[in-house]
Design a protein around this ligand. Sequence first.
Ligand code: F6P
Length: 362
Amino acid sequence: MAGVKTIGILTSGGDCAGLNAVLRAVAYRAIEGYGWRLIGIHDGTMGLMRRPIDVEEITLAKVTPAMMRQGGTILGTTNKGDPFAFPMPDGRKIDRSAEVAQGYHLLGLDALIGIGGDGSFAILRRLAQQGGMNLVGIPKTIDNDVGATENAVGYNTAVAVATEALDRLQPTAASHDRVMVLEVMGRDAGHIALAAGIAGGADVILIPEIPYRIDRVAAHINKIRAEGRNFALVVVAEAVRDPSGEVVRQSHEGGGATYGGIGHAIAQEIAKATGAETRVTVLGHVQRGGQPTSFDRVLASAFGVHAVDLVAQGKFDRMVAWQNRRVVDVPLADAIAESQQVDLDGALVRTARGLDICLGDA
Ligand code: F6P
């Protein structure tokens, strides 16, 4: 597209491994490939809202190969600053969306690349439509629940971390004849739990998509014991409901509330029903940090290059996606229309059942 010279990039929502690899790919394609300027916006849309606008020019000198290995995001991010309902210090929530669009235009941006999950995309898309911003999205989230793409950046790394946790829990479970419960993240979707559970040899995997019955879980653990094995590995996704049907939440010192704690409720139920000694590990944010896996680095790089090519073609309001081993692009509206939950007829559920892993329902 003639005239595109300066593009902005921001990371939005919860961080994950691979974000810096995306930034590096975007920088190479935009600066080296097209001769454009790239402006890195700090702390998601907050950087565009602040005055002076909080940005930095991204140069090739800044995007070293070290970024392929670096967790987090050097741009900073937030999952609290919805510009349409921005939390003020006095507790009010006000609409500051016009300031974000103004920031974009003050910078003279020709396009904005937003790296986010479905929640961020819904906000960014509304901002773009309202404020005349040319938006391209790149999906990232450890939860892997963005629609229209098989993979989002960060998911593969989170699965690797959760699998490693099971690798470490299994020998200690075996040594002490214990049932180890591992609680993993994945707000409202069980992708991490299911994939890591299969990879880590779990006996039970509980995900929010499949309601569990504790008697089924207990029967499976008792069966394993009757077969002569005195330990078991149980993976629970954080969004699984407790026996009363409620999602378990935790409020945090200094503000914020997230899912978390269901692992303890499940462990208690298992101990009650089987008499087994249990221990609980809540994996938490270690799933988001650290070095990205090689798959996430490749995905991040492919997405970054494709996103810049979309800008070059003047194709906006689209998201890059991974489908059938190819990088494609889809309407952003498709990506946010429906959150992608575990397919109950899909390969991983069938695999788990084929391995005699208890999913809580049978
Ligand atoms: O959406 C990513 C995610 O890591 C979820 O899996 C988790 O529930 C949530 O973010 C945690 O959010 P926070 O960073 O605010 O603790």
